[in-house]
Design a protein around this ligand. Structure first.
Ligand SMILES: [Zn+2]
Length: 110
């Protein structure tokens, strides 16, 4: 199942693949521009984003034949889930250290 979700200038596009049991594999690309304050000068700037996201979703608690629990998300509600995921990925990227182009180039001079 393909999906495509947009948030401002970010496109989150990928597919869901159903595996045995209740596992769903989500593979997607997060591409676009993200506006955030520079971590050096606090000036708003747009950074380009290109992230690959891949993980398993379980519809219910998942245990494999050996009783090993995988690192999975345990609730799945289609589009709502994907939109939530996009929002949390954006938050994750924003929380990393990112400097604007001005600060980046002065970093390189040091
Ligand atoms: Zn800056």
């Amino acid at each position: 199942m393909d999906f495509e979700v947009k948030s401002d200038e970010i496109t989150f596009k990928g597919y869901l693949e159903y595996h045995k049991g209740k596992l769903i594999l989500l593979k997607a690309n997060l591409v676009g521009l993200l506006e955030k304050p520079c971590d050096t000068c606090a000036e708003e700037f747009k950074m380009s984003v290109n992230e690959e996201v891949e993980f398993f979703i379980s519809d219910g608690i998942y245990e494999d034949e050996n009783g090993i629990e995988l690192d999975v998300v345990e609730s799945f509600d289609g589009v709502v889930f994907i939109e939530d995921l996009l929002a949390s990925e954006i938050e994750l990227i924003k929380s990393d250290y990112h400097a604007c182009d001005n600060c980046k180039s002065s970093d390189e001079e040091l």
